[in-house]
Design a binder for this molecule. Structure first.
Ligand code: HGY
Ligand code: MN
Ligand code: MN
Length: 410
């Protein structure tokens, strides 16, 4: 079996660890997370890495170089998924480096650099809403306020960490102590560009900024049959009108996308006028100024509707991830690696990431690079997410060349 097939088969195995029938659902600090860490641990140890689980549930496999003052290269991605997601978003970026490292170290015996592979416990924010909890802890931007975040069952992050068996009050110990010289993340593209260009892998030039907000409208719950339309303070209609106006406005702005992913009415009964209604807004652009400017306009749209309908409005920011560029110290080595791979004739192809990644957090402490792998019809965050062993083989060969070249690109 070649590396691509080995990685592909392991991803099928990891993809079976899910709490949902449809697609893969693996949330932060759940029994599925625990099972995934256990499986990743066996694979990391089998590759000769020293493994630990840190105080926020990340799994970390480490190789220490025999060379004095060796630089440190970190790779990784997230092991958690969205609800009913695919098998490859995140997982590819953990399993592929493990398999390639195992094969590579057998051949070269030692590396002139320290090497870590991290399976971040939470990137999607599927359980607690806040994204990048795993990588925030590793780079040292984890805010202890986050321990009070609660999930849909009312469980606080603090308790969830304790139940998982890690010391949530010592999260600072997860911060990487040594200087990190570079971070490389392999990830499925989650878009159609590579497929359209008919190329198996691409180099990421930058990652969009992404802000997440929670909007809450409060009106008056009432009887669905007795309250005349003009006397209602219907929070549900307030939300729906705002969502339609947001979509209309955002569609007129270049380099901007917005998604209303969650919507909720309360008391959520057929014959009760919703007294309270909420929705989440995920808004992204490669240009942070566009996000900031559009949020101001969207807040005005929402406030005008709330005022007209006699509703109270509250808007909370949940997360702000800035857009960022990848660094030449990594992308130039990726270029060279792609050109060095034998038996394929592809040129370095650059593209932008409309998805957010842990690399955005790592950007705060080191130089970053990402290698994208083509995925079928660009489908992701969907059980239909799919990639081929052949494309994984190409990405594995590129990574092998990268490990040969790092930290130089000559
Ligand atoms: O939402 C994203 O872009 C990523 O999948 N967390
Ligand atoms: Mn994702
Ligand atoms: Mn991802």
């Amino acid at each position: 079996m070649n590396l691509g097939e080995i990685v592909f088969n392991k991803l099928q195995e990891l993809g079976k660890i899910t709490s949902s029938e449809e697609g893969v659902t693996r949330f932060f600090l759940t029994k599925e997370h625990k099972k995934a860490n256990k499986l990743l641990k066996t694979w990391m140890e089998d590759a000769g890495l020293k493994v630990k689980v840190d105080n926020v549930g990340n799994i970390v496999g480490e190789y220490r170089s025999a060379f004095e003052n060796a630089p440190t290269l970190v790779m990784g991605s997230h092991q958690d998924t969205v609800k009913n997601g695919g098998k490859y978003d995140g997982a590819l970026g953990i399993v592929l480096p493990i398999v390639v490292f195992k094969d590579f170290i057998k051949k070269v015996k030692t590396l002139p650099y320290n090497f870590k592979i991290i399976g971040f416990g939470d990137e999607e924010g599927g359980r607690f809403g806040t994204i990048y909890l795993g990588s925030k802890a590793v780079v040292g931007t984890f805010d202890y306020e986050l321990l009070n975040e609660i999930d849909d069952d009312g469980v606080r992050l603090k308790e969830a960490l304790e139940n998982f068996g890690v010391e949530g009050n010592k999260i600072e110990e997860s911060k990487i102590k040594e200087k990190v010289d570079g971070y490389l993340e392999v990830h499925i593209e989650q878009g159609p560009v590579l497929e359209d260009a008919n190329i198996p892998v691409g180099i990421v030039k930058g990652i969009v900024g992404c802000h997440i907000y929670n909007f809450t409208f409060e009106g008056m719950a009432g009887h669905a049959g007795t309250v005349p339309m003009d006397l209602r303070k219907d929070a549900g209609v307030g939300v729906c009108s705002t969502v339609v106006e947001i979509e209309k406005y955002v569609s007129t702005v270049d380099d901007l996308v917005a998604t209303i992913g969650k919507i909720d009415f309360s008391p959520y009964s057929i014959n009760v006028i919703p007294g309270k209604a909420t929705f989440t807004l995920d808004i992204r652009s490669s240009n942070d100024e566009i996000i900031i400017d559009s949020i101001q306009k969207i807040k005005k749209i929402a406030q005008n509707i709330a005022t007209r309908r006699g509703l109270k409005l509250d808007i909370q920011n949940i997360n702000k991830a800035s857009s960022c560029n990848c660094d030449e110290s990594i992308t130039k080595i990726l270029e060279k690696s792609i050109l060095s791979v034998k038996n394929i004739d592809i040129n370095p192809f650059y593209l932008y990431s409309g998805a957010g990644h842990d690399a955005q957090e790592l950007k705060k402490i080191t130089n970053i690079g990402m290698l994208f792998v083509r995925c079928k019809e660009g489908i992701s965050h969907n059980p239909k997410e799919s990639i081929t062993p052949e494309d994984i083989e190409v990405a594995s060969n590129v990574l092998t060349e990268f490990l040969k070249l790092y930290p130089n690109n000559n």
